[in-house]
Design a protein around this ligand. Sequence first.
Ligand SMILES: Nc1nc2c(ncn2[C@@H]2O[C@H](COP(=O)(O)O)[C@@H](O)[C@H]2O)c(=O)[nH]1
Length: 247
Amino acid sequence: MRILISNDDGYLAPGLAALVKACEGLGEIDVIAPEQNASGTSNSLTLNRPLNVHRAANGFRYVSGTPSDGVHLALSGLLGYRPDLVLSGINNGANMGDDTLYSGTVAAATEGYLFGIPSIAFSQAEKGWGELEAAARTARSVVEQVIAGGLGQGFLLNVNIPNRADADKLPRKITRLGRRHSAEAIIEQVSPRGEIIYWIGPAGDARDAGAGTDFHATANGQVSITPLQVDLTEHASLGSWAQRLGL
Ligand SMILES: Nc1nc2c(ncn2[C@@H]2O[C@H](COP(=O)(O)O)[C@@H](O)[C@H]2O)c(=O)[nH]1
């Protein structure tokens, strides 16, 4: 078993170290992660400048780009082999509902999926790394469960873990993505140089958090496991658009 592990919080993030440590013994592990925090960078690739890749003292590679850059480089030549599994995380905070479209953590796993490799993204439901070791034990247990069931064809799973000391004992729930309300208002400030500057506001609260969603599962003491796909086609409206446009 060969496993590639990445993240979006950066190669020095506690969540990455915890995931790598928890997966020790499952197989040969390679790590590539962004040099800087790349939260919110989604599936962006860096095409307008070259990328640097260096090795940290602990053997982790770090890339001067996005999570997708790192996994893309790894799988298209840098590693020199095809891993059996791609893991990403453990993210500092949730990736539920709409988050998954912006998420660098999910994007790193999605890059593996786009190369046809079974891939799993792991996030803690709350920011701050509370009960991280329990989340890491949970992540390893989920990976073992997935391996035991047969890796088969490529798949993409998005796992959100409650920040609880007993997270690895919590029931697991296959869920669908919920939805958030629109993000909160921007934060406007004046820089020390007198310029108006803006911060993106906080994520919106959950709007669709009903039974069966990732929000509902993590709020009710369950580990949420959501299978994702990348086909953005709105298949249900194909016919109506053809009709609307007389095609
Ligand atoms: N509008 C905002 N969205 C936020 C904020 N903090 C997090 N988020 C969302 O969550 C994901 C985190 O995932 P990551 O893997 O990228 O770290 C992020 O992408 C956003 O969608 C926030 O302060 N405001």
